[in-house]
Design a protein around this ligand. Structure first.
Ligand SMILES: [Fe+2]
Ligand SMILES: [Fe+2]
Length: 134
């Protein structure tokens, strides 16, 4: 099992595609570590790194929404907020050792990212292109 970049994920906007590629590779790195049964401490470090990068990416999109006055910003940001809260709650449980990084959370992350890119991120392509976002 691995999570790899797919052509269908492409938005054609370089900064976005570059960051999405990094997110895909971070989830894949986490999955590889789970499959290889790395220590809980090791998994927690990769999870933290991924959560930080998720926040950075969301912030990049959201700053661009505000800067370009994107009309669907509120709905989009609500999806980001919900996911951020879910991963932060999960991270807290992992740190308290009441949850483990396992295939269930990985499947959730993979499905979430795929659907968010395909259904929600793709909606801003025309708007970003019209504002020359790269
Ligand atoms: Fe995105
Ligand atoms: Fe997004």
């Amino acid at each position: 099992m691995s999570f790899v970049w797919q052509k269908e994920f492409e938005t054609g906007i370089k900064s976005i595609d570059d960051q999405h590629k990094i997110l895909v590779s971070m989830i894949d790195e986490l999955e590889t570590a789970v499959v290889e049964k790395k220590s809980d401490e090791f998994l927690e470090v990769i999870l933290s790194k991924m959560i930080k990068y998720v926040a950075k990416h969301f912030s990049h999109e959201e700053k661009t929404f505000i800067f370009t006055k994107y009309s669907d910003a509120d709905n989009h940001m609500r999806e980001h907020e919900k996911l951020k809260q879910q991963v932060l709650d999960f991270h807290t449980k992992v740190q308290a050792k009441t949850a483990n990084v396992d295939q269930t959370i990985l499947d959730f992350l993979k499905t979430w990212l795929t659907e968010h890119i395909m259904k929600t991120d793709k909606k801003y392509i025309a708007h970003f292109n019209s504002k020359n976002v790269q």
